[in-house]
Structure formats: C-alpha cells, structure tokens
Design a protein around this ligand. Sequence first.
Ligand SMILES: NC(=O)c1ccc[n+]([C@@H]2O[C@H](COP(=O)([O-])OP(=O)(O)OC[C@H]3O[C@@H](n4cnc5c(N)ncnc54)[C@H](O)[C@@H]3O)[C@@H](O)[C@H]2O)c1
Length: 362
Amino acid sequence: MDDRAKPASKGTVVISLAIVGYGYWGPNIVRIVRQTDHATLKICCDSNPQQLAVLSRKHPDVSTTLDFQDVLDDPAIQAVILATPISTHHALAKQALLHGKHVLVEKPMTDRLEDAVELNELASVNRLTLMVNHTFLYSPPIIKIREIIQSGELGKVFFINMMRVNLGMHSSRSNVIWDLGAHDLSILSYWLNEQPSEIQAFGRDCIAKGVHDVAYLNMRFPSGPVVNVNVSWLSPSKYRNTIIVGSRKMLVFDDTRNEEKIKIYDRGIDVKPPDSFGEFQLTYRTGDIVIPALESKEPLSDMIAHFIDCVMHHKKPRSDGQNGLDVVRTLHFAMKSLRENSGVQYLSDPWLAASESAMKVI
Ligand SMILES: NC(=O)c1ccc[n+]([C@@H]2O[C@H](COP(=O)([O-])OP(=O)(O)OC[C@H]3O[C@@H](n4cnc5c(N)ncnc54)[C@H](O)[C@@H]3O)[C@@H](O)[C@H]2O)c1
C-alpha cells in the first residue's frame, strides 16, 4: 500500500494525532496512521535527533520535534500515541492526559502498578480515551479462538500451554516476561474473560546478569483453567505455539504459519462411570480435524482504526486502560515470584494487591 499521507475524502471527520517515539516500533505506527482516512499525523516527536533524521528521510512532509512540550502545547493535537520505552510511558501519558489529549500507549501500559492506576483515574476524571496497544487483541486468529472458546465448542477449558520464543533483542531496560509475557497475559485475559488468581514465575538470566531472558509462568484462573506460558529471547527458531485442551475438543494454534494457523481436534477421552464395582470405562475419541477460515487483516491497522473510532465516538476500547492495568498487575506478581523466589502469588488477595501497588515491577 502507498505509504504517503492520504488526503481525507470530503466530509470525513479527521482527528489530529502526534506520535512519540520513532525507534524500532514507532515506524510501524507512523506507516499505519498515514494510511488511515480518519487521522492526520500532525507531528512526530523523538528525543533522539538521529531518529528524527531517519523519519524525515522517509516522510519529508511530517513535522518533527525533539521536545514533547511542543506536542502538549499544541491545542490542535487531540490524541497522542506513545511508542517510547516502558519506563517513559507513565510520565508521558500523564502529561498528555493532563493537557486534555486522548492517549494510546504501547504495551505494557506502565512499569508500576500505582502508575497504571493513576493513568486510569486521570483518563476517567478528564473523560479521555486511554487505550493500550495489546496488538494481539486485534489479530484475526486470536479473535477467532476467543469465539471458539466462548461458543463452548471446546467444552470446559482444562488447560492451556503457550510458547513464545525466538532469538530476541536483549535489553537492560526490560526482561522477557515484561516484553513477551505481556502479550500472552493480554491474550489469556481476552480469551478467558478473567484474570489469573494465582501465578508462579520461574526463570533465568542466561546472558546479562539480572535481565531474565527465559521464563515459565504457571497460572490458575478462577473458573478452573491452569496455564503454562514459556517465553524466551534465546531460541534457535521462532515458535508461537498454543495448545488448548477442553473437555470436548482440543485446539492447536501456530501463529508462525501463513495459513492453517488454527486446528480444532475432535479428540478426547470420555469417561463412563462404573455400572457396579468395576473400574471406570475410558473411551478414546478421535474425530475430525477442523481448520477455521481466517480473515486476512493487519492487527496494527485494526487497532489504530479502533482507537480513532473510540476517540471520535466516545467508545470503550477493547484494550482500555483497565485492561492495561490488569496486565501490569499480573506482571507485577510474576516479577515478585521470580525475583524473591517466593513461589505462588495469590492475585485475588485484595490486601496483598493494595500493599503491593507502590512497588516497581521491573
Ligand atoms: N505491540 C507490539 O507488538 C510491540 C512490539 C515492539 C515494541 N513494542 C513497544 O513499543 C515501545 C517502544 O519499543 P521500541 O522497541 O520501539 O523501543 P526503542 O528504544 O527502539 O525506541 C524508542 C524511541 O523512543 C525515543 N524516546 C525515548 N524517550 C523519549 C521521550 N521521553 N520523548 C520522546 N522520545 C523518546 C527514543 O529516542 C527511541 O527512538 C515499548 O513500549 C515496547 O514494549 C510493542
């Protein structure tokens, strides 16, 4: 698709945006925003002049600034998209909300629980949209799996195994739970419609001391499912695999495939209670394998369109500030379990949740 800014068609309502952060991820956001009919990119801000020079070479017509204050002071800018490092999310989002701007912030929303709470309060008091880019909530296979789970086709979900590993970029500002695990936690809460009640994290800092690059998260959800998530920046190949085992059917999802990403297996074990004093009778079922058709859409594009729609029509975003807070809270307890080697953390304990809220999580 042509990457240049499109002129808005006559009568189209357009909102004016600023994008902050043009590093690794920001260019994807800029590309999508410039393709949409319903937004104009008023200015792009990055504190590094070299990044702005890269931007200007690719998009010579986009205004740039090194100073975020220019974004805040421009009354024409209605919304701000933040694609800066996690440690900056809270301060930048807070300033934007205090200046009356709607905010779309990259995942994870903040690096402290109390900051995530504060951003939600600010957005609510000022009646502004606060949305987090949990990109996978806009991905067709993730949406399809949610429909399958919620239709009851799999029966009761017994357990889920997820693997998200590749040879990743090590960063001293983050760790693999924070970077990759945030995706899986947002997906799980979207699929199951609830937050984990227990979490235990186990991992290792193989390459750089203190920066965990492999982790295993074990979780229990209130309605019963138990989940294991393996995330790693150290793997010879990229794997994005999920197995969901239900009481009726089982589902396998491979997000690295170009097609046939989801397979639903009519397989399982039926238990017949004993008639008399005999043993349980187990019947093994091996039925059809169904491969659902999926829409071909770019999740990031749908996510940006959703944000603009929510701003224009005062709608509640699918990945709203509360959703961002839920993920930050689970990350917080995962990190606590990992760092303190303190075993299972009970997220449903309100006293613990409150007393933990001021602790920095990375
Ligand atoms: N949704 C996804 O799938 C996805 C994928 C990758 C990264 N991300 C997220 O995107 C965000 C950015 O990640 P990245 O890998 O692009 O980081 P990066 O370090 O490559 O880029 C960040 C950019 O922000 C700029 N910056 C830093 N502080 C600033 C400030 N105060 N004001 C203005 N500019 C500032 C830096 O100069 C840099 O150019 C992170 O939150 C990350 O988690 C999301």
